[in-house]
Ligand binder design. Structure first.
Ligand SMILES: Nc1ncnc2c1ncn2[C@@H]1O[C@H](COP(=O)(O)OP(=O)(O)OP(=O)(O)O)[C@@H](O)[C@H]1O
Length: 318
């Protein structure tokens, strides 16, 4: 559905060059749900704009729905939907008319276009807003009109750039419910999001980018198990016991994955739930006293932290 090889984009700025995307390789199969994650400025939107034929690459190649992005933009645009960051829908046209004329552009009959517009108005929780002009909607309502616009022609492949930004939790859940349904019916999804929990829950595959490069690409489960692991936190009665727990923990994982802070020992380890009972029995047999223990499952932010040494939330704040 999407392949890219060495796809790159450089921008000229006053004081030099910005390498927004550096040699992106991608292979997305039909029916996949891929989340593209990374901090602000990592190159996500630039990648999406190249793949949707809105921006020519500086070098490299890509094909989308089997067509070359450099030579076949018209065919690609017919088959894909693109929901960018703050799309159109900022003009003096009624919501229902904007949706209908968008679909007409794709060759739908007036009748089919109106029926589809009303279907999506319902699905996006916009009932009652049909006759309002997009300019006078709230940010969250406008965002849902953007999403409906991207879906009007029922594309095979949907690119979503931060689809849920600006939506309250209720509307986020509603939009995702609809997108999940479309994916179940076979639509391929490629999205960027800052909500790591969304990517974790929804995507079959997560591609992590940083400074224009792909730094990880796998299922959320494998990324979390391989790159981050569970976090076990032990609390001991005495500082001396903490040192002993840390010593034994280093034997089941590596030294870098064990940190001691007073009487608290943090251990990162894959499959912590399976390891913990035997490890506690082992400590007990050695008469090392543990007062408390907690186990936390890793998040995708832990994955980013483990690969780059900084948290995605911190990286975004920079
Ligand atoms: N038209 C442009 N001219 C110059 N630099 C640009 C242009 N568009 C993007 N950039 C730069 O390219 C880099 C990547 O930007 P991009 O918008 O692709 O990042 P992003 O990962 O989508 O970020 P965000 O999460 O903030 O949306 C940034 O350093 C950005 O400043």
């Amino acid at each position: 559905m999407i392949t890219a090889s060495g796809l790159s984009r450089t921008f000229k700025v006053k004081d030099g060059l910005v390498h927004a995307v550096r040699s992106l390789d991608l292979d997305v199969a039909e029916g996949e749900f891929v989340a593209f994650l990374g901090p602000n400025g990592a190159g996500k939107s630039t990648s999406l704009r190249m793949l949707t034929t809105l921006l020519p690459p500086t070098s490299g190649r890509a094909s989308v729905v089997g067509r070359d992005i450099r030579t076949d933009a018209v065919e690609i645009r017919k088959n894909i939907g693109y929901i960018g960051q703050g799309n159109g829908s900022g003009n003096e046209i009624r919501v229902v008319d904007e949706l209908t004329s968008h679909a007409r552009y794709y060759g739908m009959s007036r009748r089919a276009a109106r029926a589809r517009a009303h279907e999506l108005i319902g699905a996006m929780g916009l009932k009652g807003m049909e006759k309002r002009v997009a300019e006078r909607l709230s940010g969250g309502q406008r965002r849902r009109v953007d999403i409906a616009l991207g879906l009007m022609h029922s594309p095979r492949l949907l690119f979503l750039d931060e689809p849920s930004s600006g939506l309250d939790p209720h509307n986020r859940a509603m939009v995702w419910e609809h997108i999940r349904g479309l994916h179940r019916d076979g639509m391929t999804m490629f999205l960027t999001t800052h909500y790591l929990d969304e990517a974790d829950r929804l995507a079959d595959r997560v591609i992590v980018v940083d400074q224009g490069r792909v730094i990880a690409d796998d299922t959320p489960e494998r990324l979390k198990a391989d790159q981050a692991g569970d976090l076990i936190t032990f609390t001991t009665e005495h500082d001396a016991d903490a040192v002993l727990v840390a010593h034994h923990a280093e034997r089941v994982t590596t030294r870098e994955r064990v940190t001691v802070d007073g009487r608290q020992i943090r251990v990162r380890v894959a499959h912590g739930d399976e390891l913990l009972p035997a490890f506690l029995r082992h400590l007990d047999a050695l008469e090392i006293k543990v007062r408390g223990v907690t186990l936390d499952r890793p998040t995708l932010d832990d994955v980013f932290l483990s690969i780059t040494g900084r948290s995605l939330e911190e990286a975004d704040a920079q």
